[in-house]
Every structure is written in structure tokens, then in C-alpha cells.
Design a protein around this ligand. Structure first.
Ligand code: UDP
Length: 257
């Protein structure tokens, strides 16, 4: 099915969303487009959409197994997955284990310092405002989520962090920090429930090699470090989610172009 025959619902920076085959479903199409610094830097990372689709599928399935409800239904093809339609809670939830990026700058903590305990931060999902930092008071006052929902979001975020720390550590990667998003679904009685949505991939996580400290995530693109495509491939390879034949195919395409 060609993507331009379907009804587009929304186009984001890294994904395009189409109407799904059944009510309450959507199709997420993962693009190779990459942005950083609130859209000021734009580019493409060849093969990123394929890899992020696979990595996100893998992580969402593992998280379902430990009881984290999420929007993933099934993979449709190399770049697309069927997901549940949710009402997105407009928050970027960031969990940090080690100081890096804007946190290191903001608090003057050297990049790479381990934090005494994981820190959960909330930012308003609003590009025009530059995703400003918000506290729970802002969240309640602006009616973004209620206290029970924020509790659910915090608990799930910590559990996701614990689980992913172990999972990545098992393949020689240190989970420095990550960003996740949540959404609401409603039952027949109109009661809502918070579930994990969006994606989890090297676009939204910082991952450093345990032994060498090498960065294997979008920071390579943000900081023009080179080896961006290889870094995404390496994460997929370590998680065992991309057949090596496909990685070879991505390599061939790069050589041809
Ligand atoms: N992040 C993201 N989208 C954003 C902002 C942050 O996926 O719009 C991720 C980022 O990749 C990192 C974590 O959230 O893994 C923490 O990012 P930080 O606040 O340090 O911002 P940055 O320095 O990346 O702008």
C-alpha cells in the first residue's frame, strides 16, 4: 500500500501519521529526517526510519511484557507500525541517569557524572515555545494532566528506566537519559487510562558504549561527530533487531549514492 494513497493525519519531525485500517488505530511511518536544537538543524540519517521502527517495536514489546501498557499493535513493514490512537498528553517526560546535554549545561554538572538517583523532568511539548520546563503545578494549573495521571506517568517512567537500564547494559550500552511521551485511551464508560506512546529509539535516548564511552545516538548528528548511521545500526545490531543482510543492504545503498 503506497503511503500517499492514505489519509494523512499529522506530520511530525521524524514520523508521519496516517489513518489506520480500523477505528482507534493509526499508522506511524518512520522517516529518515532528523532535526535538532528545536528544528534549527535539519538533515537526514539514511536508514534511520527503518532502524527506529525496529528498535521501537522491540522496546515496546519488551515493555508490554513487564506490564507497561503502550500504543504499539504490530509492525506493518520496514518503516511502518500500527499503533493505537491516543490523546497525547502534551508533555515530554525526560528521565536522566547521567548528566548530559542541556542538563549538564543548565546545572553546570560535568557531562558523564552519574546522578545519585534518576531524575524525572517534565517539559511542555510545544516547539513554538521551545518546550519549556514545567513543574507539577504548571501541569495541574494548565490542565495538562491531573495528579493521578502524573503519578501514573512518574511510576511508569521509573519502571521503564529501571528495565531499559538493564536491557541496554546487557548489550554493552549505558542509558544516559531518554525522552518519552504518554497518551490517554478511553474505555466504553469514558474512563481514561494513561499508556506509553510515541517511540523509544536512538533519536530520543542517549546511549554510550559501556567500555569506550562512545556516543551511539542522535548526539552524533547534533554535534556533527560523523558516523551517525553506523551508530544507529550498531544499537540495532546489539539489540539483535536488524538482520545483518539488511544492514548490508543499507551499506550498499550508501556506497551507490
Ligand atoms: N530529547 C528528545 N526530544 C527533545 C528533547 C530531548 O528526544 O525534544 C531527548 C534527548 O535525545 C535526550 C534526552 O531527551 O536523550 C534529554 O535531552 P536534553 O534535555 O538534555 O536536551 P538536549 O540537550 O538533547 O537538547
Amino acid at each position: 500500500m503506497s503511503s500517499n494513497k492514505r489519509t494523512p493525519i499529522y506530520e511530525g519531525k521524524a514520523k508521519q501519521i496516517f489513518e489506520g485500517p480500523e477505528p482507534g488505530t493509526l499508522i506511524a511511518h518512520f522517516k529518515d529526517d532528523a532535526t535538532a536544537f528545536n528544528n534549527q538543524k535539519k538533515g537526514q540519517i539514511r536508514g534511520k526510519g527503518v532502524i527506529n521502527n525496529k528498535i521501537s517495536e522491540y522496546l515496546m514489546l519488551r515493555l508490554s511484557e513487564i506490564g507497561i501498557p503502550n500504543h504499539f499493535i504490530r509492525t506493518l513493514n520496514m518503516r511502518e507500525q500500527l499503533i493505537r490512537a491516543v490523546e497525547i498528553v502534551p508533555l515530554e517526560v525526560i528521565v536522566r541517569n547521567v548528566a548530559a546535554g542541556s542538563f549538564a549545561k543548565r546545572f553546570g554538572v560535568p557531562e558523564g557524572s552519574a546522578l545519585r538517583m534518576p531524575i524525572v523532568e517534565f517539559c511542555l511539548k510545544n516547539d513554538e515555545l521551545g518546550d519549556p520546563f514545567v513543574t507539577e503545578d504548571h501541569i495541574f494549573s494548565f490542565d495538562i494532566a491531573d495528579p493521578m495521571e502524573v503519578d501514573d506517568i512518574r511510576l511508569m517512567s521509573m519502571r521503564i528506566n529501571d528495565f531499559m537500564n538493564g536491557l541496554f547494559r546487557g548489550v554493552g550500552l549505558r542509558l544516559i537519559d531518554f525522552k518519552i511521551e504518554f497518551g490517554r485511551i478511553y474505555d466504553e464508560e469514558g474512563r481514561s487510562k494513561i499508556i506509553l506512546a510515541d517511540e523509544i529509539s536512538p533519536d530520543s535516548c542517549r546511549l554510550w558504549d559501556v567500555t569506550t564511552g562512545e556516543k551511539l545516538d542522535k548526539d552524533r548528528f547534533r554535534q556533527d561527530m560523523g558516523g551517525v548511521e553506523e551508530a544507529y545500526q550498531e544499537v540495532a545490531k546489539r539489540l539483535g533487531v536488524l538482520p545483518s543482510a539488511h544492514i548490508a543492504e543499507l551499506d550498499d545503498k550508501r556506497v551507490e549514492s
